[in-house]
Design a protein around this ligand. Structure first.
Ligand SMILES: Nc1ncnc2c1ncn2[C@@H]1O[C@H](COP(=O)(O)OP(=O)(O)OP(=O)(O)O)[C@@H](O)[C@H]1O
Length: 254
């Protein structure tokens, strides 16, 4: 069980007025989707919640403890970040990269155990990457690399997933597979908080939605109360048509 809490949180975006502070308890089992136009501050919020970026004001708490008091390693044992783009500076294989997810649990010169390798291999299998286990990450396609990032987070077995556009670069099949995996993680008790550009994935897979407007205004709540066409049209400055498929709204730009 885990709770990530934002208290009077204002993300520090240079040159922007404070907007609304974010106050929320993001709890085990919940799947939050953050929506907003380019530059609205989704990544900045995610990095602030991960403790990678200091807030302008307010604080973030993990299980009641301020992130500023937590050691980076203790934080990494609970919280994984899937970045929007990953820079791999060292030549490493897919398996070696997935094993980075075990590093928060190892002492500085400790080698990964067979159990760690098994966890990494299970994660690679889940992301359909087993055949690529020994390939250098630098030789992979964009979608394959994205799946390696998610497999690395899965190997970390986090209680909290902060995922920045986890379906970036993925084809339709893998988009659904990754959203199903995150859904499964939430069902097993994880917190899932992700930035998304695809309204229809958000409508189908998220139970809470946070809307971020470029001026710092924000609102959030249960997905069915947030995914209102008039509000989304204002959010994106784009007219939309909406229909319903399998009980979920489907939005089409018009
Ligand atoms: N270190 C920085 N210095 C100056 N401006 C910054 C910095 N970091 C972010 N910004 C600005 O803050 C705003 C929010 O950026 P952010 O990446 O959080 O937006 P986003 O909603 O994730 O956008 P996108 O949908 O394009 O990924 C942008 O206008 C960006 O240029």
């Amino acid at each position: 069980m885990a709770v990530l809490e934002a208290r009077q949180l204002v993300v520090d975006i240079p040159g922007r007025s404070a907007g609304n502070p974010f106050n929320a308890r993001i709890q085990s089992g919940q799947r939050w989707g953050v929506l907003g136009p380019n530059g609205a501050g989704k990544t900045s919020l995610l990095h602030t919640l991960a403790g990678l970026r200091p807030p302008r004001s307010g604080e973030v708490l993990l299980d009641g403890q301020s992130l500023t008091r937590l050691k980076r390693r203790a934080l990494a044992q609970k919280l994984a970040v899937v970045f929007q783009e990953r820079q791999d500076s060292f030549p490493a294989t897919v398996l070696e990269t997935a094993l980075i997810g075990r590093h928060p649990f190892l002492s500085p010169w400790q080698r990964e155990s067979d159990g760690d390798v098994h966890l990494a291999q299970q994660a690679l299998e889940k992301l359909s990457l087993s055949p690529l286990e020994n390939r250098l990450v630098s030789t992979l396609s964009g979608g394959e690399r994205q799946r390696v990032s998610i497999a690395t987070a899965l190997t970390q077995q986090p209680a909290i997933w902060l995922a920045d556009e986890p379906t970036n670069h993925l084809d339709l099949h893998h988009q659904v597979a990754v959203m199903a995996l995150l859904h499964e993680q939430a069902e097993q008790g994880a917190v899932v908080f992700m930035c998304l550009h695809d309204l229809n994935l958000a409508a189908r897979w998220c139970d809470h939605i946070l809307l971020l407007f470029p001026d710092g205004e924000l609102c959030f709540g249960p997905a069915d109360t947030m995914l209102v066409p008039q509000v989304l049209e204002r959010l994106y400055d784009q007219s939309l048509s909406v229909t319903t498929v399998n009980g979920k709204p489907v939005f089409v730009p018009t």
